[in-house]
Design a protein around this ligand. Structure first.
Ligand SMILES: [Zn+2]
Length: 411
């Protein structure tokens, strides 16, 4: 008798639900808690209309272990037949609909899943990989359904590689001033249609309310935003982070070509110097400063490309659109006369997109605000050793970084 009361309290049961039997199966190391409901009239789980029971169905749920014993709740759940919503099982207080786990077990499983892989969580909890994965998928669906509809004014769009094959995701993050970036949308692929789907999920009024959108120079995101956000021509910002990375790629190309021709002449001047050139000047490690100063002092094409890249980084110190245009003109003239093809190519590309580069001085939107989020996504990819399936990558981003309310409600 005592164990019946104990389990009634542990499961938080009251009203028509009562524990009628507790069976310990010593061999199987299991405890089975049988619950019965004593009511005769039930609410339809969809509309709440009261009606008579219409048969029942035996179900089992995994609950938190009782010491070393796996614990299962067993109940013949009444069904109702609603004229409008058909035959359904009534809602039970200890579990969400369709779940094979009690709410308390799901909470524990999610805490474990937040700390380790699906495989590891399954092993720790004594459930299958598919079951652990199902708990994660349901949590994300639950969190997304609860996510308040917001209309972010300042956004950054970016693509993320899944680390395997050609799998990419499109990420949209909201970057409200003074707050860390929050994830708004994740879509499979990096085509125009992927971002279209996000814009189309907003109301026309929400799209009008968008003030600034940061992105790289690629056409798909640009065209999608232009087509969906009124006044986008003045709202799109090609952010500093992406532009500097184009410059770094050009610099790297110059270095590689020069290194090759130096090697052919038997000179190892540029060996092992790749990273030195890519550091922002202020981030150069102190112990390599002397080495870098020596390299920089030589008449190398690479050091010319480096100086052009470093000057470009000062661009963002400009204080207005007009000042920015003036600065760019001087920088561009230097870059275009550099006789370094990769640098000239990037300079011309910047020139073509200048109108949406200088918007930066109006909106002060920088990808720096989503750098934290980007790093966290990167470490998910690393931990998973890359994602073969973009849907799984998407679920993991929402599960770990979505800022969603994932837990099942207490009842
Ligand atoms: Zn109904």
């Amino acid at each position: 008798m005592q164990d019946i009361q104990l389990y009634e309290q542990l499961l938080g049961l009251s009203g028509p639900w009562a524990v009628v039997r507790v069976t310990m199966k010593r061999e199987a190391q299991e405890i089975e808690v049988e619950v019965r409901c004593l009511a005769t009239v039930w609410g339809c789980p969809t509309c709440g209309k009261q009606m008579q029971g219409h048969g029942q169905e035996e179900r089992r749920w995994r609950h938190l272990d009782s010491c070393q014993f796996k614990t299962l709740v067993v109940c013949a759940v009444p069904r109702v037949r609603c004229l409008e919503h058909g035959t359904q099982q009534v809602a039970v207080p200890w579990a969400e609909r369709r779940s094979r786990f009690t709410r308390l077990f799901e909470r524990l499983a999610m805490d474990v899943l937040l700390e380790c892989s699906v495989l590891g969580a399954g092993e720790l909890l004594g459930i299958s990989w598919a079951e652990a994965d199902g708990i994660k998928q349901r949590a994300v669906a639950r969190g997304l359904a609860r996510k308040p509809v917001s209309a972010p004014a300042r956004l950054c769009v970016d693509e993320k590689s899944a680390g395997r094959g050609q799998n990419y995701l499109t990420i949209v993050a909201s970057v409200a001033a003074g707050r860390s970036a929050t994830l708004e949308y994740v879509g499979a692929g990096r085509k125009r249609e992927t971002l279209d789907a996000y814009w189309q999920s907003l109301t026309p009024a929400q799209r009008i309310g968008v003030e600034a959108v940061g992105m790289d120079l690629g056409e798909p995101f640009f065209n999608s935003t232009l087509a969906h956000v009124p006044g986008a021509a003045n709202k799109i910002v090609h952010d500093p982070f992406h532009l500097v990375s184009y410059m770094n790629a050009a610099l790297n190309e110059v270095r590689k070509a020069e290194h090759r021709s130096l090697l052919e002449a038997g000179q190892r001047t540029l060996s092992g110097s790749k990273q030195l050139w890519l550091y922002g000047e202020e981030n150069l490690p102190a112990e390599r400063a002397a080495e870098f100063a020596r390299l920089k002092g030589q008449k190398l094409q690479t050091s010319r490309a480096w100086a052009i890249k470093e000057l470009f980084r000062d661009f963002w110190d400009c204080e207005s659109v007009a000042e920015g245009r003036h600065f760019f003109r001087r920088w561009y003239d230097w870059a275009i006369r550099s006789r370094l093809e990769p640098v000239k190519k990037v300079a011309r590309m910047f020139q073509r997109h200048l109108d949406n580069i200088v918007t930066c001085f109006q909106h002060r939107l920088s990808n720096g605000s989503i750098a934290g989020l980007n790093n966290k996504i990167q470490s998910l990819v690393k931990k998973a050793c890359g994602y073969r399936n973009p849907e799984r990558f998407k679920t993991d981003i929402f599960f770990h970084l979505g800022g969603l309310n994932l837990y099942p409600s207490p009842q």
